[in-house]
Design a protein around this ligand. Structure first.
Ligand SMILES: Nc1ncnc2c1ncn2[C@@H]1O[C@H](COP(=O)(O)OP(=O)(O)OP(=O)(O)O)[C@@H](O)[C@H]1O
Length: 356
């Protein structure tokens, strides 16, 4: 069979969030036709492929190939991308995504946890590092408060597993109130230890929840972690947006690409009548993104259930994975994963080795 017309059609198709078509991106592994089944095998270097988008080509491809059925074989092997700073890489961890916010309380940890769970649901191996040493909330949000990472050698720790991801946090090691009095150097030393002494194993993505703000501490942390790229979380209020700009500028100062902005608490939708109300103003995130040339990864409305679920340690991604809110996180995660790949530079993967 002449596969050239099939390749040509694929090369004119750009799935959602991709910066290239599958052919020019080098994702097509093989195209074969047996009987009346056309099999197209793709190897993707990120999770969250737009399968529905690809399948929208089925009728056309069948007509081109004279086939009756298309068999898409999607294989994912997440690429390691070069990290943007001088920090020593962590063997086995392919990509590190820092989640930050200029202002406190805008939903940074909520976003970090749900994006991590969404990446995991899309098929990735995911870890979460709670670098918010002054207010570690990841243990509570993952429902594992009070657990302690085990250490069989007295030097390294096994991360805690919850809802399909692994996590470590200063909150597992000291009382939450003890951490808040730490000064900058102490906090960053503690973080260095949790980052490097955790046996993360093989991870496609490590999501790092940074402390809020854009001061020296955040900058030090962003530089001590071998960060691949960052996400900035904001609410639509002017005060939060102004601080989000500081966050974007902070990352650009240390050459860490900002993959996008998540606008959280974008609006309130009445659970009774469905009426939408923009409590904090409208279009703030969009405006910020267009002004600073970064993508708007997504918007998340104010949602009382989401808040209750996070407080109870049963995140929305796990209790209502098919729901509207989870769908928004899955969409952001797919956009994030593709954006990370297309803005990055692929490097060889270093395999995990047990620390001795
Ligand atoms: N979209 C949302 N709708 C409703 N509640 C939300 C939403 N996002 C976050 N929250 C709630 O707001 C509170 C603050 O969220 P979170 O702890 O994620 O913020 P943060 O920016 O990480 O805070 P900090 O500055 O303390 O690190 C939490 O109780 C959380 O459940």
């Amino acid at each position: 069979m002449n596969i050239e017309p099939i390749r040509q059609r694929l090369s004119r198709f750009q799935p959602a969030f991709w910066a290239q078509d599958p052919v020019s991106a080098g994702f097509v592994r093989s195209i074969t036709c047996e009987g009346d089944v056309l099999t197209i095998a793709l190897t993707l270097p990120f999770v969250g492929a737009d399968k529905a988008g690809l399948e929208s080509l089925n009728d056309e491809l069948c007509a081109i190939a004279g086939a009756k059925q298309i068999n898409w074989q999607l294989h994912t092997d997440v690429a390691s991308l070069a990290h943007a700073n001088e920090a020593r890489p962590i063997a086995g961890v392919r990509n590190i995504i820092a989640v930050s916010s200029g202002k406190g309380g805008v939903g940074k940890s909520t976003t970090a946890v749900n994006l991590a769970l969404a990446l995991s649901r899309l098929g990735a191996r995911v870890g979460v590092l709670d670098a918010d040493v002054y207010g570690p909330s990841i243990p509570m949000m993952l429902g594992v408060t009070g657990q302690r990472p085990a250490s069989d050698d007295g030097k390294t720790m096994s991360p805690i597993s919850a809802h399909g991801v692994t996590a470590n946090s200063i909150g597992f090691l000291v009382g939450a109130n003890d951490a808040t009095i730490w000064r900058g150097p102490m906090a960053s030393k503690a973080l260095e230890q949790i980052l490097r002494e955790t046996r993360w194993g093989e991870l496609d993505y490590l999501v790092v929840d940074l402390p809020p703000g854009t001061g020296d501490i955040q900058l030090t942390i962003a530089q001590q972690v071998p960060t691949t790229a960052a996400v900035v979380v904001t609410t639509p209020q002017n005060v939060a947006l102004a601080d989000a700009v500081k966050g974007i500028n902070m990352f650009s100062k240390v050459n860490i690409p900002v993959l996008g902005v998540v606008e959280n608490m974008s609006y309130h939708q009445c659970s009774q009548c469905g009426h939408k109300e923009s409590l904090f103003g409208e279009g703030g995130g969009e405006h910020l993104c267009s002004e600073h040339g970064v993508p708007l990864l997504g918007q998340m409305p104010l949602n009382a259930t989401l808040c209750q679920q996070m407080d109870a340690g049963t995140p929305v991604m796990t209790v209502e994975p098919e729901g509207e809110v989870a769908g928004r996180y899955l969409n952001m995660a797919a956009r994030l994963a593709a954006g990370l790949y297309f803005t990055g530079k692929t490097v060889p993967t270093t395999l995990y080795t047990r620390l001795v």
